[in-house]
Design a binder for this molecule. Sequence first.
Ligand SMILES: *Cc1c(COP(=O)(O)O)cnc(C)c1O
Length: 462
Amino acid sequence: MAARNYNIPELRRLDVEHHLPAQANYAELQRIGGSRIITRAEGSTIYDGEGNAILDGMAGLWCVNVGYGREELVRAAAEQMQELPFYNTFFKTATPPTVMLAAKLAEKLGGKLQHVFFNASGSEANDTVMRLVRYYWSLKGEPKRTVFISRRNAYHGSTMAGASLGGMAHMHPIGGLPIPGIEHVAQPYKFNEGFNEDEEAFGARVAQEIEDRIIKVGPENVAAFIGEVVQGAGGVIIPPKGYWKRVEAICEKYGILLVVDEVITGFGRLGEWFGFQHFGVTPDLVPMAKGLSSGYLPISAVGVSSDIVKVLRDGNGEFAHGYTYSGHPVAAAVALKNIEIIEREGLVERVKNDAGPYFAEALKRLEGDPLVGEVRSLGLIGAVEIVAKKGTNERFTGKEGKAGPIVRDTCIKNGLMVRGIRDSVVMCPPLIITHAEIDRMIDIIGRSLREAEPALRALKAD
Ligand SMILES: *Cc1c(COP(=O)(O)O)cnc(C)c1O
């Protein structure tokens, strides 16, 4: 579609005057004169109002798996809007795309994960998980089982429950979080927290913290463990070999439900439909969002096991939970079409056998850079760790946290959108990204590291 003729300076002025963007420092946005206005996109490229083309190394916000400009998704939404733009699922009613999407997701989830509850966002999906799990345990006659075990530096959303389940230390003071009943244990972040340890030994040590905490809290009080398959917002933290199997065994040992947050890792990101399939574990609940509609419309879901649903049915009570937009027919129609595209174009296999391995190889070219401590990836999600001293995990200023945003800003200036998380640069491109675009992404990061080096070396401890 041709660019419309927006008045960008006016939009940026209105942005400062009236718009409060998400997860933002409003003083800083005022200082820089408002947000960058993104006006259109095609394939893996976004365009801003100043006419800059920027390669989207983040698939929007970890979500535009099939890439931008998909006419089929536009048509699916338009047709559904014309036929039935909205109906709810409160009144013993449902709509065709909603029911068909539930069946499709059950097929992709497989095994005992045969039921689906819909919401509009990943955060809402995790709120659903929290209420559903506690309701399940009360119906089972174990109402004391209320505690969730999560990890530090986890991300599970921004609602009261989502941010509490999450382990982002900077989010907790805002709103007086976490809410009660959530225990945070170690994350499987080897580069930072197990640098000189053997990989398997490190995985075993951090998994053991889960069991230790279960024993400390009392297994009779623990409802569930929740974890992202690969931590995304925490800095693309890929757990060490053996970690997930150990976590699953611990949950089984104490009869605790296993929740894997697939909001980022679902829909092909790791080279399987779901990340748990890559690690060979069998969760009881699976929150998912982002890639479900490739971000074209807001929709999320929670996959629920038949064992849990049996308890709900036996209980014969009302699960008094759900949203106006649970199972929204237009969002469901778009999600169905999105899944059809992923299937037809073989995007999951492409990530596993082609784009993922190509991305991993390309990343290796950055390993020799004097600022790079580690590169890592799984499927089409990856990170570059920036260090002050080659061969160590020492950070500039001796403290974690300053280098990522500086290199990110340089990358954006050079035509690549990435995210800077503490001292890393992370990538999560559309699953359709070409080899040439992967090469360009890596080249820009390499060039930006060189360009940002003086600024990094000039960083002062505060
Ligand atoms: C983004 C994200 C969420 C929250 O999803 P929203 O749609 O932003 O509410 C939850 N979990 C994970 C792992 C995420 O990456």
